[in-house]
Each structure stands twice: as structure tokens, then as C-alpha cells.
Design a protein around this ligand. Structure first.
Ligand SMILES: Cc1cc2nc3c(=O)[nH]c(=O)nc-3n(C[C@H](O)[C@H](O)[C@H](O)COP(=O)(O)OP(=O)(O)OC[C@H]3O[C@@H](n4cnc5c(N)ncnc54)[C@H](O)[C@@H]3O)c2cc1C
Length: 617
């Protein structure tokens, strides 16, 4: 197994073939409770047909074999290096002794294993040394690590996102200096946007960047909540920082993006002086405790690089375009949050399923003879209900995020991707968290104890509706922007995609056709209600109910994804397909009908929240 992660990347063929074969030989026989590989295979190949992506020029050098091999490798690494310390890092969060932040050693071992396997560059361009794997496959791979250990995966995820930002918008010199060491796992990355007074409203950031004669900048200010920004896990930390250049435009149009490394880098690539970016303190979190979270000060004077005050920063791209650059990555970051929520929900589901099969308790409601043995709790219909609900949330959420990832891989789908992104971020964050809630419930009292994993999954997952744009912010994005943008082109793209699914399901006949009719009616109602809300002349009241709208919209989108999955089962026999069909049935019977009263309410453009006064609480 060590050989698997020891192979070096010398071109994408090598990484994908060497690692793949070794991963195979290391045997994928271990039954995993991370995610279901059977389900991933169904979603990727039987439904989304990602093998057909290899016909595109970008992916011609790949094949189903390389996709499977990377998935095998990721499952092996996640199982061996990430999962074992998940509880330990939760119980032993990072500490700060005034000088240094300490993290349990297993985190570094896992990060090194990930880097040695060349996975940091798995979806990067070949010309940058990447393996150019489709986004759809890379997302599925990454989900395995998140399911194993979301905190340790966080360091990796931030490094990949930071490197991606640099690759897209950095100068050649910046890429040469930082990108290579990041892909080798020597430098890690952070995204430093938020400040204490500016979380959802980045227009209000105060960190300032003063231009210097040598074209660098000096930064002064403080950032809040910055993940991965102080530790000894890597040689250097590359902070991507949003700041304002004095004299620039007000609000978001005056925000620029800077690279502010922990250590300056000399022209020969060696590390130079310590930069004046300093830890002010650690935040102590409810979940994801293994991922260090910081309050970070810039230019407070602890260090004076080059003998001058301020943290040295390098402008990325043009001044005042920082938020525009960030928005380029926003879709991907939001899909990443959606996938993280799914992965945590999914592993919780599999663990509660395994528990329900083994836990004997009680007897059937209508056959309570105490002389008979107790039955496993999976036999109780209410437990089956909780498992079915979880199955529909996590397999539906996984389907949606992978569908969106494929939209990234296939050009020309921007309109559809745009409107689905707030759903792909928010729906799993809400409902896969609910899956974790149900996983605790299935475990009964044991679920509430720290001996079992599911309470941690719930705490870890609770972040997802908060960061990367809160639930409320996503709902405003959907109703206030996405449904009307470009003359309604995004909503029209979604209507067309749903119509194609409905047509295919009708052609399949039987139950698929019945569910298609239900979806058709509900989707048309959603479009009608959207028109009524936006045409009501009371846009404040419409937006006041945007979260209700987001939730109804999300349930309808997931019903569409379930109809897609049902149709992809194509009448095939066997437990796996029967399970898919029953889950689709469950979603259409138990969940989709919840949208009817929500849509009736939304159409009334209610003003209750708008008219509520602070003093009345
Ligand atoms: C564990 C953790 C890790 C994080 N990691 C990072 C990181 O690495 N880098 C980084 O830059 N940031 C990070 N963040 C910050 C995160 O992005 C913010 O917490 C988030 O954007 C919300 O900002 P806030 O906390 O200031 O809440 P606020 O913006 O104050 O929001 C509070 C509440 O008010 C609502 N609200 C706010 N504005 C509006 C509005 N206009 N309309 C309707 N409702 C509104 C919100 O929906 C929310 O419910 C992290 C946060 C946490 C908790």
C-alpha cells in the first residue's frame, strides 16, 4: 500500500496508471461505510455516462479504467489515512501555545499521503502538470475523503481551491512561485475573505492594501474565521486575501485579491523572511474541529519584513476585480460545500443502516409475543421510514451535485449550472444534515453518545448551511438573481432539462410515466408561482419569503433528479434497482407533496415577516 502513495507524478499517464494498478492490487475488497461504490458506479456510469466524456478532447487520454482506478485509490487512501483519526482529531482540536499551533500528527501523515499520490492536481490542466480528470469524477473521489474525515480533507480542499484561483488569475511569476509547491504539498492555501463585521456582506471589509514602489502591497487589518491559516503542517501557507486599495471604488467594486504568504519566497524558491500575518487566536468550533480556524492579523507589527510595517501582499490580476475573480470560483466552491454535506450525510446513513440491521429491539406492532426473539430494528416500519428518508436525501443530493459537476465538464451549460448552484449548495446542507439527524435517531440513545460516529457527523455537517453563503443568502441569490438573470435564460434552461426528463419517463411508461405527470404538474406550478411572486409588484415581500421558495424549489429539483435515476434503472431487476425504485417512490409520495402548501403560501406574497417589528419579539 505504501507503494500506492509513493508513486511520483511524471506526467498524467504515469499517475493514473501506476497508482491505479497498485490500488487495484492492494485490493478494494474492504467493505466501506464511507460511500456506496455501487451507487457511485450507477450514478457515474449508468446514469451520467461519464465514460462518454472521454470523447471530448480534454479527456481523451482517460478511460473508464482510469476513472475506476482513481476512485479505488481514493477509497484506499481515505480508509487508511483519513478515517482512522477522524474521532481523534475531533477530541484533540488544534492548540496554540502563544508561539505555535499544534495539530495531531496523523493529519500531516494523511496530507502527505494525499500529496504523494499526486491527487492535489487531479483535475488541473495537463500543461500545469495536472491529470485533467473530469470534475464529475474528481468530485466523487473527493467525497470519499470528506466522508472519511471532513476536517483533514479541508486542508486539501483549501489548497486545491487556492491553487486553482492562482492558475486562473495569477501572473506567470506568481504561478511559478506558489503553484508548484502547492501541488507538491509543500505549501498549503487559505481563502481569507470574512472579517468580524463583514461575513455575508463582503462590501464592508476593512482590510486595506497600500501600494509600494516595487509594485507589491502592504496589508493592514484583521480577518475572521479563516480555516487552515496557521499550523506547521506545510512549509508555507499561501493566504488569498480580499482587501481594499485606498482611493478605490466603494463597496464590492473596490475589493482586490492578494497573495499574502506566511513566509516570503526568495527568487530561487527558498523560504525568506516571516511575513507579518499573525495568528490572533483560534476559534473553537462545534464541529470540523480538526481543521484549524483562525483570527488573523495583517500588519500588526510583530514582524517587519524588509524593515517596513505591514504584511507583504502581491496583487492578483487587476486592482478592484478581486470579487469578480472569487465569483469565478464560487460555483465550484458551492458545489464543494454541497458535496461535503452529501458525503457526511451519506456515511451517516450507511452507519445507521448497518446499526439497524444488527440492533435487536422489540417485536412487530401486531405480534408482541414476549417468548419470541426480538427483531432487528430495521424491521420496524418507522425505522425503515428514517432509513428511506436518509437514502432519498443522500442519493438524491449526490445525484444533484454530480449532475452539476458534469455541467462543468461539458461546455455550454452555464445557464443551467447557474440556477442549480444555489440548490446544490443549500439542499444537501439542509437535508443531508437532516439525514445525520435521522442517523442519530436510528441509533437511539447510542446515537447521542460520543462512542458512535453519527453525532460527530451531525456537528461536522452543521457548518454547511452557514459558510460559502448562508442559506438565506443562497435563497436571495436564487429568487433575486438566478431565476430572472439573462432574461430568464437560466430558468428556461432548467425547464428544458426537466421537460426532457419528463418526456423520457413518459416514453418509459408505467410508474416512471406516473411520476413524470406528478413532476410536470408541480414544476409548472413552481413556474407559475415564480411569475406571480416576481410580478406581484411587492418585491420586498417576495424576497422576504425567499428561503421558503428555495426549499420548495430544491425539493422539486431533487424530485427531478430522482425521476432521472428511476428512468436510468430502465426496468432492470435486482435489489439495487428495486431500492432505487422504492426510494424514488418514497420521495414522490412523502416529500414532493410538501411543496404544494409551500407554493400556495408563496403565491400569496405574504408580508408577515416584513411587518413583524423588533419590539414585538
Ligand atoms: C467554521 C467556519 C469556517 C469558515 N471558514 C472561512 C474561511 O476559510 N474563509 C473565510 O473567508 N470565511 C470563512 N468562514 C466565514 C463564513 O463564510 C461566514 O461565517 C459566513 O459568510 C456568514 O457570515 P457571518 O458569520 O458574519 O454571519 P452574518 O453575515 O452576520 O449572518 C448572520 C445571519 O444573518 C443572515 N443575513 C445576513 N445578511 C443577510 C441579508 N442581506 N439578508 C438576509 N439575511 C442575512 C444570515 O443568513 C445569517 O443567518 C467560516 C465560518 C465558519 C463558522
Amino acid at each position: 500500500m505504501d507503494e500506492v502513495v509513493g508513486s511520483q507524478f511524471h506526467g498524467r499517464h504515469r499517475v493514473l496508471h501506476t497508482n491505479v494498478e497498485l490500488a487495484r492490487s492492494a485490493s478494494a475488497a474492504v467493505k466501506s461505510t464511507l460511500l456506496s461504490r455501487r451507487d457511485l458506479d450507477f450514478l457515474l456510469y449508468e446514469w451520467l455516462r461519464v465514460d462518454e466524456l472521454t470523447k471530448q478532447e480534454r479527456f481523451t487520454e482517460h478511460s473508464r479504467e482510469t476513472f475506476d482506478g482513481v476512485l479505488d485509490l481514493c477509497e484506499q487512501l481515505a480508509t487508511r489515512y483519513f478515517a482512522p483519526h477522524n474521532k481523534k482529531s475531533d477530541a484533540n482540536e488544534p492548540t496554540f501555545d502563544g508561539e505555535k499551533v499544534s495539530v495531531i500528527p496523523e493529519v500531516k501523515e494523511a496530507l502527505d499521503a494525499f500529496a504523494r499520490a499526486d491527487l492535489l492536481s487531479m483535475s488541473m490542466d495537463a500543461e500545469l502538470g495536472g491529470a485533467q480528470l473530469p470534475e464529475t469524477v474528481a468530485r466523487a473521489c473527493f467525497a470519499l475523503f470528506v466522508a472519511a474525515n471532513v476536517s483533514t480533507s479541508g486542508y486539501v480542499m483549501l489548497t486545491i481551491a487556492t491553487a486553482d484561483l492562482l492558475a486562473k488569475f495569477g501572473s506567470t511569476e506568481q504561478i511559478d512561485t506558489f503553484f508548484g509547491p502547492m501541488m507538491a504539498g509543500r505549501f498549503s492555501g487559505t481563502m481569507a475573505l470574512s472579517e468580524t463585521q463583514a461575513g455575508s456582506s463582503l462590501a464592508d471589509i476593512l482590510t486595506r492594501a497600500e501600494p509600494q514602489e516595487d509594485f507589491s502591497y502592504r496589508l493592514f487589518g484583521s480577518k475572521m474565521w479563516i480555516s487552515g491559516a496557521e499550523h506547521e503542517l506545510t512549509e508555507n501557507i499561501v493566504n488569498m486575501v480580499l482587501a481594499k486599495i485606498p482611493g478605490g471604488p466603494a463597496g464590492t467594486k473596490g475589493i482586490s485579491l492578494f497573495i499574502v504568504p506566511r513566509f516570503l519566497v526568495n527568487p530561487d524558491g527558498s523560504l525568506g523572511e516571516r511575513n507579518d500575518v499573525v495568528l490572533a487566536g483560534l476559534n473553537h468550533k462545534m464541529g470540523q474541529r480538526g481543521l484549524v480556524n483562525t483570527v488573523l492579523n495583517f500588519g500588526e507589527g510583530k514582524f517587519t519584513p524588509g524593515g517596513s510595517p505591514g504584511a507583504v501582499g502581491y496583487l492578483v490580476g487587476e486592482p478592484h476585480r478581486g470579487l469578480v475573480y472569487m465569483f469565478h470560483l464560487m460555483n465550484e466552491a458551492r458545489l464543494g460545500v454541497g458535496m461535503a454535506a452529501v458525503a457526511l450525510g451519506y456515511t451517516g446513513y450507511l452507519k445507521s443502516l448497518a446499526y439497524a440491521r444488527e440492533r435487536p429491539q422489540g417485536r412487530p406492532a401486531t405480534a408482541k409475543d414476549p417468548s419470541t426473539p426480538q427483531i432487528p430494528i430495521i424491521e420496524h416500519p418507522d425505522v425503515k421510514r428514517m432509513l428511506l428518508a436518509q437514502k432519498t436525501y443522500v442519493e438524491g443530493g449526490m445525484g444533484l451535485v454530480l449532475y452539476c459537476a458534469k455541467l462543468v465538464d461539458v461546455e455550454g451549460n452555464e445557464d443551467l449550472l447557474d440556477i442549480l448552484t444555489p440548490i446544490a449548495k443549500s439542499w444537501p446542507s439542509q437535508w443531508c444534515l437532516e439525514a445525520n439527524n435521522l442517523a442519530i435517531q436510528v441509533h437511539g440513545g447510542y446515537g447521542y453518545s460520543r462512542e458512535y460516529d453519527v453525532e460527530q457527523h451531525y456537528r461536522d455537517n452543521r457548518l454547511n448551511p452557514i459558510h460559502e453563503g448562508t442559506h438565506g443568502v443562497q435563497s436571495l441569490d436564487l429568487l433575486g438573481r438566478k431565476v430572472t438573470q439573462r432574461g430568464g435564460a437560466s430558468l428556461a434552461a432548467l425547464r428544458a432539462a426537466v421537460a426532457r426528463t419528463i418526456e423520457a419517463a413518459r416514453a418509459a411508461g408505467g410508474e416512471a410515466a406516473e411520476l413524470a405527470a406528478q413532476l410536470d404538474t408541480t414544476f409548472q406550478r413552481l413556474v407559475g408561482v415564480t411569475t406571480a411572486m416576481l410580478g406581484s409588484g411587492d418585491i420586498d415581500a417576495a424576497l422576504a419569503n425567499s428561503a421558503v421558495y428555495l426549499e420548495a424549489f430544491g425539493h422539486i429539483v431533487i424530485a427531478w433528479i430522482w425521476l432521472e435515476q428511476l428512468t436510468a434503472c430502465n426496468g432492470r431487476p435486482g435489489n439495487f434497482y428495486d431500492g432505487k425504485r422504492q426510494a424514488a417512490r418514497y420521495f414522490f409520495r412523502y416529500e414532493l407533496p410538501k411543496t404544494a402548501p409551500a407554493l400556495d403560501f408563496l403565491e400569496s406574497v405574504d408580508r408577515t415577516t416584513l411587518e413583524m417589528c423588533d419590539e414585538w419579539f
